[in-house]
Structures are given as C-alpha cells and as structure tokens.
Design a protein around this ligand. Structure first.
Ligand SMILES: Cc1cc2nc3c(=O)[nH]c(=O)nc-3n(C[C@H](O)[C@H](O)[C@H](O)COP(=O)(O)OP(=O)(O)OC[C@H]3O[C@@H](n4cnc5c(N)ncnc54)[C@H](O)[C@@H]3O)c2cc1C
Length: 336
C-alpha cells in the first residue's frame, strides 16, 4: 500500500474542490491512475488499495458530510436516500420495509451486519466488480486494457451467464438489482456544484461500450442521492438472493421484481437479475411473459424460462440457469 494523505470533507463543495484539484475528469472511480479518490464507508476502496488496483495520493472522505445520510419521503417526488445512507439504515427503515420491500430485502441480505453498518449506498453503486481476475494484480484482464477475459476459459463459476462475450464479470451491487426494478434515479453532483439526475437504467456501462468503467460516473463527480418514484396503484415488490453462504458473501444469483397489480393480474412488472451480467440485467423476455397475465405457478414458471432462454453459460456456471429460473418464479409468486 502506498502512502496517501487524508482529507475529511465537511461539504460536497469542499469534497469536489479537493478531488478536482488532482483528478482527471475522464478517469473512472477506483482506477489506479487516480491521484485522489473519494471514500465513503471505505469497504471497497480499502480492498482496491490493498489489491494494488487503486494507488491514490490523496483520499477525500465524504463520510462525515452533514445531511448526506438522510432518508426522506415526499408524496410527489417519492423516496429520497442520501448517498451516505448505510445499508443498515436501509434495512431497518420501517417505511422502506413497508413501501419498498425489495430494497429492504436487498439491503438486509447484503454482506454482514458489521459491513452494513459501514457500507453506504453511494459506495455500493460505485463499487468495482469482484471478478477474481480483475482483482488480481497478476492478471492484465480485458477490463484493465488487454484483449483477454481470463474467466472465459478459466475459473468462471461465479461469472456472467448473459452479455458475457467480452468480459464475464458480474456487477457486485445487489442494491442496484432492487433499485433498477424500482426505476430509481441517481443524483450526481459534479464540477461547480452542477447537479444531474439520471435514470439507473442509464447509469451502468457494459464492457463492450467501455471496458474501463462500470458506470457513467467520473472520478470528480459525487453521487449525492438516489430517488425512487412513489409507488403507482397497487405496487408490490420482492427480492431473493441465492448465495453459497447465508451471510458474508455476494450473491451467486439474485432477482428483484416490482409489479403493478390489479388483484393477481400483472399490469406491468420490472424483473431485474443480479450476478447474471456485467451490469444489473433487466429481463425484458420475462417481463413480457407476465404483462397482462394472472400471476400463478404457470406464468411465473414461464417467466423464469423466458429470462434464461438466451443465456450463454460458460464452462462452470450453467448451474446458475435453474437457480435464476427458480428465484424468478418464487419472487413473482411471493407478490400474490
Ligand atoms: C465480505 C463482503 C460481502 C459483501 N457482500 C455484498 C453483497 O451481498 N451485496 C452487495 O451489494 N455488496 C456486498 N459487499 C460490498 C459492499 O456492500 C460494498 O463494498 C460497500 O457497499 C461499498 O460502500 P462504501 O461506502 O464502503 O464504499 P467505499 O469503499 O468508500 O467506495 C467504493 C467506491 O465508490 C466510490 N464512492 C463512494 N461513495 C461515492 C459517492 N457518493 N459518489 C461517487 N463515488 C463514490 C469510491 O471512490 C470507491 O471507488 C460485500 C463486501 C464484503 C467485504
């Protein structure tokens, strides 16, 4: 680990000023060339530094900026979560459990109680993939600029089963699985305090589009909040995580379903798969199957099958297909 200086910012403006003074706007968060990096809970950042993937000269902590850890609700705007809200706060908030169950479940099932107390929502969305070849300093993989994805011919049991042709890593944020199902928006503050709000559907970047980044976020931008629109009519949601262990690990497969219902009939549903692709994966084939249908054993099973129809598993991860089929079915049936 190289030596670095540490700055504890007291406002978003100050954090941006400190980061801007040393960072190039075109370098992604978590990249090794960055002279300064933002730190929230520090869970992923510390790992990136220890793994030699990030070598910052300066760390700018945004952890103690007042107001960045607030949860608020407005009938028109919906639920607003400051970027420093911890996963624990999301998991224990009564309103989130009542109105945004899938988000509550995703937060409650993530990591461990100790990590949830430290890890923030902004850091969760900006964390880098846990692909072991990306994390290894001995592998100059596709994401680091070479033409090789070592997972494709190698150890790929936890890797992507869709959109895996260039890079088979999976996105590590299980909160984003739920947030995408809720059509959340991400508020980003950049240079000069300029605020932009973008849909989560436009936030993540496929390696085929830009291998060096996992989101559109620049190193001199701060996620300041995440906004989830107010629920329309009878909206229900459910999230399921399957892992090798009950705790202390990322999912090997997870799913979030948010559906607008009329009794058991589905007017519209978002079905999002995590740990399936390099980005959270909105399964349009599965959504098409349930749209306008009564949700029951038959339609829920068909949705699971449709989601996996075009899967392209690698040598060691075809086992994920029946898992996804099953959890999609279970999540849909849980709504009714
Ligand atoms: C054992 C273990 C199990 C885990 N299991 C899960 C799991 O099941 N599901 C899951 O989703 N995650 C899991 N995680 C990951 C964990 O949730 C993330 O590492 C954590 O959420 C990152 O948040 P942080 O606040 O610590 O981010 P930091 O480590 O502080 O930051 C991470 C990255 O985001 C950038 N960043 C942080 N905040 C902002 C911001 N507001 N704006 C812009 N950039 C920012 C930083 O510069 C850095 O590059 C696990 C981690 C461990 C160690």
């Amino acid at each position: 680990m190289n030596k670095f200086s540490f700055y504890d910012a007291t406002s978003i403006e100050e954090a941006l000023e400190k980061v801007n003074s040393t960072v190039s706007s075109t370098i992604q968060p978590g990249a090794s060339e960055q002279a300064s990096v933002l730190k929230a809970g520090g869970i992923d950042l510390l790992d990136l530094i220890k793994e030699g993937l990030s070598k910052p000269e300066k760390i700018v902590s945004i952890r103690n900026i007042p107001g960045m850890d607030e949860v608020s609700y407005d009938e028109k705007k919906g639920l607003s979560l400051g970027a420093n809200v911890t996963l624990d706060k999301i998991a224990t908030n009564a309103r989130i459990k009542e109105d945004y169950l899938a988000l509550h479940q995703a937060a409650e099932k993530a990591a461990t109680p100790q990590i949830r107390k430290m890890a923030t929502l902004g850091g969760n969305l900006a964390q880098r993939t846990r692909c072991w070849y990306f994390r290894s300093m001995y592998h100059d993989c596709f994401r680091k600029g070479s033409s090789v994805c070592y997972a494709q011919p190698g150890e790929n049991q936890y890797h992507a089963i869709v959109m895996n042709e260039d890079c088979a890593s999976v996105h590590s944020s299980s909160l984003s699985t739920a947030l995408m199902a809720f059509d959340a928006a991400i508020e980003i503050t950049g240079q000069g305090g300029k605020v932009k709000v973008i849909s989560i559907h436009d936030f993540f970047v496929l390696p085929s589009v830009d291998r060096t980044r996992e989101s559109i976020l620049e190193a001199n931008e701060i996620i300041t909040a995440v906004i989830i629109p107010s629920a329309k009519g009878e909206t229900k949601s459910h999230y399921i995580k399957m892992g090798e262990r009950e705790s202390n690990d990322w999912p090997i497969a997870d799913v979030a379903v948010v559906a607008e219902l009329n009794e058991d009939k589905c007017k519209k549903a978002n079905i999002v798969l995590g740990a399936a692709a390099p980005v959270p994966f909105l399964s349009e084939p599965a959504m098409k199957v349930v749209k306008g249908k009564i949700i029951n054993e038959e339609s829920a099973t068909a949705a699971g099958k449709a989601a996996m129809a075009d899967a392209t598993p690698l040598s060691q991860n075809a086992y994920k297909i029946p898992i996804f089929e099953t959890i999609i079915k279970r999540a849909l049936l849980a709504l009714v």
